[in-house]
Design a protein. Sequence first.
Length: 341
Amino acid sequence: MDGNPTFLSCPPDHSPGRSLAPPRSSITPSSTPALVASVEDLYDFICSGPLVDKIGYTKEKVAESIDRWLRCGGQVARLFRLNELQLSEAEKARIYHFYIPVFLWCEDQVNEHRAKYKEGEDIPPLVIGVSAPQGSGKTTLVFALDYLFRAAGRKSTTLSIDDFYLTAKGQSELRDRNPGNALLELRGNAGSHDLQFSVETLEALTKLTKEGMKMKVPRYNKSAFGGRGDRADPSVWPEVEGPLEVILFEGWMLGFKPLPNEVVKAVDPQLEVVNKNLEAYYDAWDRFIESWIVIKIREPNCVFQWRLQAEIAMRADGKPGMSDEERTVPPPRFITLTCSP
């Protein structure tokens, strides 16, 4: 990555895990819809959003691009099977205060990235990192962004740090090397990812610059081995084609940096090895990212609820999840690392 990265920070009161992006289980129309009365009303609503100023939009610029906002809004509403003319206040906020402004910012980032290259040069895709706590809606956001890029005729793909977890065998070996360390008992923390595989994948994706170039993108099966997980079989990995313009890379610990050892040890001695493992993550992940979306939450305890919802949803879909005992373990493991000073 050359130069300084660009950041879009979403404030706590408007984080997707709160009012703007309910959990996946609630992606259905509200029982009390609010009719979108007119374009003028929607324009006022858009301008009142918390991200409009952050993405460089004035009221005049919103007015000039209102058709684009409406088009994107309709696309996102259909994606989530919502009636675009009868959206609840929460649904309107999720679409017009969050998804669309973030997409417009991302599109501007891609345009600026591509403008740096001369005509005829191979242009690598822009890697946009999305960093947010678990369960806060980042995966759903990336799903919507990918859809909007494709709808605009721009080739994109998505990656999660989850896709780079160690295989089931690798996880077992990690546990054996760290007996008694609850932070490395299950997948999740630094040390439980295949960093060499990460580098190989990201390097290959950034070289998809021409028509006809194809590549399969790895995926992870969280329900394998009773919820402990394993890398999905390559036969089910999605295939992407060049020329790729954007890679949307999301993860709860993207951008994390190791802290002084004495600070970490004071929080939890088990964190020492995790903190040490973080040293290798910049070269494996962060150096590829030129633009960052950082989603903040005000109350870390929300992560406990969101993690539980995710496990319950997986079981409801008929997939094996973690045991009742294991379900109580992941949130504290991630909370410890996320909230370290």
